[in-house]
Every structure is written in C-alpha cells, then in structure tokens.
Design a protein around this ligand. Structure first.
Ligand code: TXA
Ligand code: MG
Length: 324
C-alpha cells in the first residue's frame, strides 16, 4: 500500500483492478472500478463488510450517471442539476451496467458525482485509461465495517493499512470539507424519499424538486443500521446543554465533550471540539470521535446541535454512534 502517489497513480491502480482510497468532500472512500467484480470483492474484504450491502458508483457527471440507470424521473434530474457535483447520492432503477456485485443484488443503483477536485481528477484519468466516459468508481467510506468514517488520509491509513495490499493506494486530499456522508435520496417512486440525511437537506430536496418528500420507501439501504459510526468510547447524547451539569458530575475524568462553541466545558471534562456552527460540527464530528479513542476516553457526552439544516445529519450519525 502506497501513500505518496498522485491522482495518475491512483487511476492506474484502479484501472488494473487494485484499490485506491480517495478523498471526497464528504468522507474518504475506498474505491474500486465499478465494472470489475474481483476488484469490488477486495473492497468488501478490506472493509469486512457484508456482501449484501450495496455500494455507491461515483461518476464524472450526470450524463455518466444516467448510463447506470434504466429510468430517471424529472425530479432526479432537477436534484442532479442543483446539487451535482456534490454531497448527494441518487438511488435509481439500475441499468445492465450496474452488476449485482455493486447493488447487493437489488434492482436499484446508487450514483453520485463528487465535487472534490482530486476525486474528479482520478475519475477523468480513469475514464481516459478505460476509454469509458461513464466508468464508475464503487466506493464505500474507507473505514472498517460499522466504524467511524475517515475524513483524512491519516484516518484511512490508521484504519485500513493492514487490510490493503502493496498495489493499493491511499491518496492525500486534505480534510474532507463536509465531514458527513452524502444525502441519499430514493428516486424510484413518484416522489423523493431521504434514505440518509446529509449536507443536502430535506428542505433543499423539496425546494429543488417542488415535491413534498414521501415518507416511505420500498428501497432497502443496508448499512443504515441502528449501530454504526461507533467509536470505542460510549457515546451519550444530550438534547440540551443544561443537562450537562447533572450528567457530568456523575462521571470520572475520562469523559470527553463534544458541543457547539457556546457551550462551556464543565470542570473535569475533556473538550474534544468546540465547533462554531452546525457546518463546523459536521466537519469535525468524526475526527472528534476518533480523538476520544486516541485519548482512551471511556465515554463521550455529545450535546446535539439544532435539528434543522445539516443538524439532522449530525444527530442521525450521533444516534448511531450512541447505539450499541
Ligand atoms: O458520502 C458518501 O456517500 C461516501 C463517499 C465515499 O462517497 N460513501 C458512503 O458509502 O458513505 P457507504 O457505502 O459507506 O454508504 C452507502 C450507503 C449504504 O448505506 C448503502 O446501503 C446505501 O448507500 N446504498 C448503496 N446502494 C444502494 C441502493 N442501490 N439502494 C439503496 N441504498 C443503497
Ligand atoms: Mg459507510
């Protein structure tokens, strides 16, 4: 496994069927070419991920994305027009391009056009190398199954180094700017359904499509499990900062605190992060949870941000991190 390489090396590794851990604006992904069952199998092995959990195909642009789908409703085109490249994944009925080995055998496929310039460079080079403008990179978050997603190349290295081979590559692209995984929207029905909240909010989806969100989806999104994104430290959620004093006094010194900057740190707690805004909170969330483990804290108290905007995604991830 090599870390000192550039986008060209990552594209060559992918073209030859090896893996590349790649920066995206949401979190780092562990990529394989999405048309190569053997390469994709290596992704599942490195992550320790169950084979029926489908992967997102990352592509260069919307034209490429539509090649992976058999039908694309107008509202999905509107979402792509407004939010691609960016932190939005669309679930669509699959075309023959999308093999069972990336869809988990489902009749749908998840596609995303990422905005990170390094990721886009790799996609362009891979399209050239393979002479396929619609080539996809199948990439789950580059963490071991059920663990916290990585937002830096160093996180990926710490987490997956032992599970990658000499031919695989970890590409440096700086810290992820969004920090939580993409919003996933099921576009297989008459109206959009949010399967996983993210930086693109429910309000954004309703505004862009002009449609009220549907509540129920027939689509299965394995991996959106109750327990996920979990550090070693136990995570306790507090809806309000004023609960902090009562809870905090019950605990020993090995307790971390994650809360917006306007929440003061009670004596005895280790402040993990003091984000200034919900966007900052999303950006630092996973590195703060990793920091708790690095400091060998036994527990983390997380004061939830307001539930509007990206707050919904932060609360979703913290709830899963708190579930055992
Ligand atoms: O931001 C992201 O989406 C990151 C970066 C790397 O792009 N990727 C990511 O991948 O979070 P992963 O595999 O950790 O999560 C993808 C989620 C899983 O919950 C999976 O079940 C769901 O997407 N998914 C994938 N294909 C699907 C499909 N055809 N139908 C429904 N859900 C699907
Ligand atoms: Mg993941």
């Amino acid at each position: 496994m090599q870390t000192t390489q550039g986008p060209g090396d990552a594209a060559h590794a992918l073209a030859r069927g090896h893996l590349a851990a790649l920066p995206t604006e949401t979190v780092y992904g562990l990529g394989a070419r999405a048309d190569d069952p053997h390469a994709v199998a290596q992704v599942y092995a490195a992550k320790g991920r169950p084979a029926d959990h489908p992967l997102i195909a990352h592509v260069r642009d919307a034209d490429a994305a539509w090649q992976w789908a058999s039908t694309v409703p107008d509202y999905a085109r509107a979402l792509a027009g407004a939010h691609w490249p960016g932190p939005l994944t669309l679930v669509l009925p699959r075309s023959p391009r999308a093999g069972d080995f990336i869809t988990g055998g489902q009749e749908t496929v998840a596609v995303r056009v990422p905005s990170h310039p390094v990721m886009r460079d790799v996609l362009t080079r891979l399209a050239e190398l393979t002479h396929d403008p619609a080539i996809g990179i199948a990439a789950p978050s580059a963490n071991r199954f059920g663990r916290v997603s990585p937002t830096t190349a160093a996180h990926v290295q710490a987490e997956l180094e032992q599970h990658l081979s000499d031919d695989d590559v970890i590409l440096e692209g700086g810290p992820s700017s969004v920090g939580v995984e993409s919003t996933i929207v099921d576009c297989t029905g008459p109206a959009p359904v949010i399967l996983r909240p993210g930086h693109v909010t429910a309000e954004d989806v309703e505004t862009t499509t002009g449609l009220p969100l549907a509540e129920r989806s027939d689509v299965r999104a394995p991996g959106t499990l109750a327990s996920h994104y979990a550090p070693e430290a136990g995570v306790t959620l507090l809806a309000h900062a004023d609960q902090l004093d009562t809870v905090a006094t019950d605990r020993g010194a090995r307790t971390g605190l994650l809360a917006l900057a306007d929440v003061a740190t009670p004596a005895g707690l280790v402040r993990l992060s003091a984000p200034e805004s919900p966007e900052d909170y999303a950006r630092v969330l996973y590195s703060a949870l990793r920091e708790a483990d690095a400091l060998e804290l036994t527990s983390v108290l997380a004061v939830l941000p307001p539930s509007d905007g990206v707050g919904a995604a932060i609360i979703d991830r913290l709830q899963r991190a708190a579930t055992r």
